[in-house]
Design a protein around this ligand. Structure first.
Ligand code: F6P
Length: 365
């Protein structure tokens, strides 16, 4: 393979705090340590389709470390291997325009593509790697923390902080009004945000996708608390949680996205059922995209910076088709193919779940 001179970087999928920190680390490491050029592909894979690629200099990444969002823009649509286009008749066509995206890579003489994203983004990176032998390095990000190949993704810690702060705020108003407060957090099909924010915020009930719940068990817990004089309860529910034998609650469909399902709305169902079944006044809050915003925590800034540095090192070492990830306290690489084989979900038998149960948390079982 020819000498590596230029790296391309894109941020794909839903944004999360820490993306700018990773971009900054990549640009600094590439230029200072290895004398490599970096160019940014705008708006995820859409930038390859629309030929929207810009050179990134050190000055461009100055001051971005504490900023949420991404200076490159992102998109959780625009899969070049399954691209949706509006045909003249108004019909959506799904076609493979990956060759067009590859032409952009070649026109800009990008030697290695650094793909920062969750499972959707890594899936596409893997397809480029397999179909075109494009040298790619994956960098795992997502507030959902549901990617394998790393113990934790950056963005998760900040989302966890936001969710815990929200639970703390709901705690005082729940107590004052003697109400049940149901808070819905994100996470897609994984319960990491709900479990950990619920534990940190002292949730009385935590409902996660990995443990389908029974409503009568949830209500029994709330009534037991009321009988002991605790006339309020906090219920933390993951957007992907569902009752035993029940369905996921879907908010909308985004047909040209890698995963078209957008979850949302379970909190309203759970809150209304609790009020009907216990007679205790209930309210619900859907925390939503606030979990993806804001300045990254120090943990996320450091993790993203480590990932950025190690991704450039992996590129220089030609570890193509690999994802950098945190293993214990070390950064290691794993084949992207292995990392995306299945999502990382909460183990219902894990120490975290057992600990939560030991301190009285009800999972609706
Ligand atoms: O994957 C990150 C995430 O925030 C999920 O937790 C959530 O289900 C989804 O993205 C929301 O996507 P959108 O930004 O398209 O509404």
């Amino acid at each position: 393979m020819k000498k590596i001179r230029k790296l391309g970087i894109l941020t794909g999928g839903g944004d999360c705090p820490g993306l700018n920190a990773v971009i900054r680390a990549v640009v600094h490491t590439a230029q200072r340590e290895f004398g490599l050029e970096v160019c940014g592909i705008m708006d995820g894979y859409a930038g390859l389709i629309q030929k929207n690629v810009r050179k990134i200099e050190l000055a461009d990444v100055s001051g971005i470390l504490p900023r949420g969002g991404t200076i490159l823009g992102t998109s959780n649509r625009d899969n070049p291997f399954h691209y949706s286009d509006e045909s003249p008749g108004g019909r959506k066509e799904h076609c493979d325009i990956s060759a067009q995206a590859m032409a952009t890579i070649e026109a800009h003489e990008i030697d290695v593509l650094l793909a920062v994203g969750g499972d959707g983004t890594q899936n596409i990176a893997q397809l480029f790697f397999e179909k075109y032998r494009l040298p790619v390095i994956g960098i795992p990000k997502t507030i959902d923390n549901d990617l394998n190949g790393t113990d934790v993704t950056f963005g998760f810690d900040t989302a966890l902080n936001t969710a815990t702060t929200a639970i703390d705020k709901l705690h005082s108003t729940a107590e004052a009004h003697h109400r049940v407060m149901v808070i819905e957090v994100m996470g897609r099909y994984a319960g990491w945000i709900a479990l950990q924010s619920g534990l940190a915020g002292g949730g009385d009930v935590i409902l996660i996708p990995e443990i389908p719940f029974q409503m009568d068990k949830v209500c029994a817990k709330i009534i037991r608390r009321a009988e002991k004089g605790k006339r309020f309860s906090l219920v933390v529910v993951a957007e992907g949680a569902r009752a035993e034998g029940g369905e996921l609650v879907v908010a909308r469909q985004v047909n040209d996205a890698s995963d078209p399902i957008r979850l949302g709305g379970i909190a309203a169902r759970v809150g209304n059922q609790i009020e009907d079944m216990t007679g205790i006044e209930s309210r619900y809050t859907i925390l939503g995209h606030v979990q993806r915003g804001g300045s990254p925590t120090p943990y996320d800034r450091i993790l993203a910076t480590r990932f950025g540095y190690h991704a450039v090192v992996a590129a220089v070492n030609k570890e193509f088709g690999c994802l950098v990830g945190l293993r214990g306290n070390e950064i290691k690489t794993t084949p992207i193919k292995e990392a995306i084989a299945e999502p990382r979900r909460v183990d219902p038998e894990s120490d975290l779940v057992k600990t939560a149960m030991a301190v009285g948390t009800c999972f609706g079982k």
